[in-house]
Ligand binder design. Structure first.
Ligand SMILES: CC(C)(COP(=O)(O)OP(=O)(O)OC[C@H]1O[C@@H](n2cnc3c(N)ncnc32)[C@H](O)[C@@H]1OP(=O)(O)O)[C@@H](O)C(=O)NCCC(=O)NCCS
Length: 207
């Protein structure tokens, strides 16, 4: 035995006197509709992916004002915009839908977006948030949900959507360009079971 190893073993306390590792806090969260006060955290989560990834084709960071407009627009149209919050109040991620097109005939169809803070990924939160988003869309009378996903670096998103019953309906090649390379998109679609009829421009018809 080398002298170093001998000294190290001599310094080690017997197991019953060693400090136990703190048990890891369970990963828990609440899901609720987004509020204006969440916009700064939402912006921070999104801008990380704008700057560091090709999961979004945005190349410029979004401002708080842009996110405020996005949230107000969703609220005006009666479309869900949800956040997941930790017990300490930290926003862990968000998910929302927007009209698939601004043309009125598309009013039953939406495109979804979901982003988690890096530390919150891979723990089941994405699934919980997307399930909640789907349910909220069904409550709002939405019939079709479409995910438009980058064909590079977004394997987790494709897996998540497929696990929840989205089916690939098409691809477009080389429609995006970011960080000096061409990127394509994958289209995944899911038919929902709306519980209410949806009126023009998002008004819910009660009958
Ligand atoms: C995409 C994202 C929302 C998924 O959320 P998540 O919390 O990481 O995923 P979950 O832990 O809920 O996993 C959902 C399912 O997908 C699977 N999955 C997750 N990541 C995966 C990966 N990289 N490869 C294969 N499967 C994966 C999980 O095993 C799980 O399957 P299960 O239900 O059978 O266990 C999250 O990773 C994220 O925010 N990524 C960065 C931003 C992004 O890509 N947004 C989407 C833009 S289109």
């Amino acid at each position: 035995m080398l002298q170093d190893e001998y000294d190290r073993d001599r310094r080690r306390l017997p197991w019953h006197l060693r400090r136990r590792a703190e048990p890891e806090a369970p990963f828990s969260f609440d899901i609720r509709p987004a509020e204006l006060g969440d916009v700064a955290d939402i912006r921070e989560i999104y801008n990380h992916y704008v700057t560091n990834s090709v999961v979004t084709f945005d190349e410029k960071k979004w401002s708080v004002a842009q996110w405020r407009d996005k949230l107000s627009h969703a609220q005006k149209l009666g479309l869900p915009f949800l956040v997941a919050q930790s017990p300490s109040g930290q926003i862990l991620g968000y998910a929302y839908v927007q009209p698939l097109s601004s043309k009125s005939g598309y009013r039953y169809s939406v495109e979804d977006s979901i982003y988690l803070g890096q530390a919150a990924t891979g723990k089941g939160l994405g699934k919980a948030l997307l399930v909640a988003l789907i349910e909220a869309c069904e409550q709002a009378g939405i019939r079709e949900m479409v995910a438009i996903i980058s064909d590079r670096g977004a394997e987790a998103s494709v897996a998540l959507h497929e696990k929840l019953g989205f089916v690939e309906v098409g691809r477009m090649g080389r429609v995006g360009h970011k960080f000096g390379r061409w990127l394509g998109t994958i289209y995944l679609q899911k038919s929902l079971n709306p519980v209410k009829k949806r009126g023009l421009f998002g008004r819910i018809r009660q009958n």
